[in-house]
Write a protein that binds this ligand. Sequence first.
Ligand code: ANZ
Ligand code: ZN
Length: 833
Amino acid sequence: PKRYDPAAIETKWQSRWENEKTYACHVDKDKKKYYVLEMFPYPSGNLHMGHVRNYSIGDVVARFKRMQGFNVMHPMGWDAFGLPAENAAIKHNIHPSVWTHANIDNMRAQLKRLGYSYDWDREVATCDEPYYRWEQLFFLRWLEKGLVYRKKASQNWCPHCNTVLANEQVVDGLCWRCDTPVVQKELTQWFLKITDYADELLADLSKLESGWPDRVLSMQRNWIGKSVGAEITFPLESGEGDIKVFTTRPDTVFGVTFMTLAPEHPLVESLISGKPNEAEARAFIERTHNMDRIDRQSDSLEKEGVFTGSYCLNPFTGRQVPIWLGNFVLAEYGTGAVMAVPAHDQRDFDFSKKYGMERIVVIQPEGEAPLTPENLTEAYTAPGVLVNSGEFDGLPNEDAKKAIADALEASGKGKRTTNWRLRDWNISRQRYWGAPIPVVYCDTCGMVPVPEDQLPVRLPLDVQTHTDGKSPLPHTPEFYNCTCPKCGGAAKRETDTMDTFVESSWYFARYTDARNDKAPFDMEALRYWLSVDQYIGGVEHAILHLLYARFFTKVLRDLGYFPKEIDEPFANLLTQGMVLKDGSKMSKSKGNTVDPTEMIAKYGADTVRLFCLFAAPPERDFDWSDTGIEGASRFLNRIWRLYADTCEVLSPVGACSSTAADATTAAAKEVRLKEHLTVKKAGEDIGNRYQFNTAIAAIMELVNALYLAKDELATTEEGRKILSSAMATVLTLLAPITPHVCEELWEDLGHARSIDQEPWPEWKEDALQRDVLTVVIQINGKLRGKIEVPASASKEEVEQLALTEQNIVRHLEGLTVRKVVVIPGKLVNVVAN
Ligand code: ANZ
Ligand code: ZN
């Protein structure tokens, strides 16, 4: 054939795949399905190398599984609502919709130019009404079930983006998008009751243990944050009311020397008012209130507090306990009040040191010098036996937890409880470019859901976008003015839109029947395709996106939209590493990005794909390197040349088609052995562990072996069979990785069928059998020589050959052989003295 011209070959095959809808898939109950999915991109404008790596990994899996005979679904779409579209609208005076769709068109073309085997008929864009309308339907169902509710709450607010941020969108006190310091603001918001599912979300992590990385599982576990303990009631000294605390350590209750309340605690006002340090307390409250909520949870927070002037009483001892306010106590966790035990809790210890509070040791380590308030240098948090604890003295503290909880329940002074770190999900955003929340507000009827037959509530496209970044919806009467569905009177639409994490929580299911305009899903399609067999994406989504998608799966199952048996969305998860440049993350601001389009223009898509897969195992970060991509390009050119050198003598046979009878010479045997070893290794490396890099390395070795043997093999009929088979194997194994060049050479060979239709090759046991084996010889455990023995040789024959080997004979001179151990095919150890 001609010179290797990647661009020409690649565009030829890409248009063929597109015209013939090669990768379209359909439910086929006679075939086993495989659903492989990469996290869909935000249409920011251009693909970056991280995308290319992510999708290249997914594409190898998809193509590999097809070759293994699975009915593969491999879809792609766009996570298309969100803030950057609005920011671009402001900056470039272009409508968010125009900007988004232009970006989608550009990025779709880029994906097609990379030759990914997507079923484009299933493409979805979440900003399009045929997609988000179903989300509004879900919202109505949530309202009916009480799964969504409105609540006034102090929210993280980004003054620059003019929106509420979820806790996880606040990074070190700054907005995750624009790095503006976040402030707190009281707002009425819509919340989804993810906490109703906390138990199941935690318990079902055990179903994912074999398919998800441990790291992600433990991040999810911590985020859900189950804490088992007790609630204890401390009556106020004034006799009016009480304070309830949540503690995981009821065993330390006799060691309480003060109480710490969140400054937002509802009792604070009555506790400080009229007290001598009221002014100081108020100043403290003001200061802490404006602090970032994430900072307040951080271990490195400088603990500060103020005395309220009021006291409560320890329910077990009657001891008077001063009530303080502390900046580290969170209003939304537990009861917003902490019983402080400075001898056994480090935060309380630090606090007591700073403000001079007493410490009482109530847990004593066994068999050690007694701890005293004076010799404590830090809180003692390890197990021990109770002291200074009345009737509970002498109990090991784990037993005391139970005994004290029992006593609390018997006396009515408290109870066992469980707390969760997980909070309900605030899904409302004061943004324009999102799915409208389908409710209206009527002066007479209050909040009224939009009736189902009036859905969708269309996001109006003819709006004036505001240069100050505010949502135009509350300023667009054509949108918000409406009639009340209940009473027919004038009403106003909700102008908040949904968090874009809502759209990405169910897209994987929509792909199963993406064009359905009667219902969000088709039950039969869901039953066939779900769960996703392999999900691939960045570890930055390890908590939120994955948790929300898991939550949605359970909710949609309970609402009857998903099959009952589906309770987890993603059976297997692969979190790929980053593509770095000179050891740091590629970013526009650092000016160290590598543009995939440029690389494709220079080397071709196959080379870019090959490099991304060869550079490192998928979970690991790797550095983009010019020599690396050059190397990948050289390898494909080398295959092309190998083919050009041999094509005259090659016949269009399948992989692993030569037989033992064809292997008449040593060189032929060696090539056939290598061919089958490579098939074995590549299959295992790709199939079991996604170790594409080592699979590729093995294929490279096979290519080297073919270069060495090709001239000799070309001279005989049998040799040509060996060569043809091995060449077919190289192309077949590489087809999922570099599909275009493999298709091209396959076609040039004269095959009628595309290489896509080839089954994944199978190695044969007989081909792995060597005629001659290399055996190493040790004398008293030291390596002294090597021999080649026929594979058929008996232990006795091997021993005989070993003892007559020159070097061995020399080393044994003057010694007596005591024992010879033969490990067939490997080693002979001679014991002599
Ligand atoms: C007394 C005690 C003694 C505690 C001791 C610990 C050790 P996790 O595991 O995270 O659930 N706490 C309770 N509510 C809090 C709030 N709103 N803000 C800050 N801290 C709070 O932690 C539970 C423990 O954190 C509770 O147990 C309480 O301190 C504190 F030797 O109670 B502990
Ligand atoms: Zn009304």
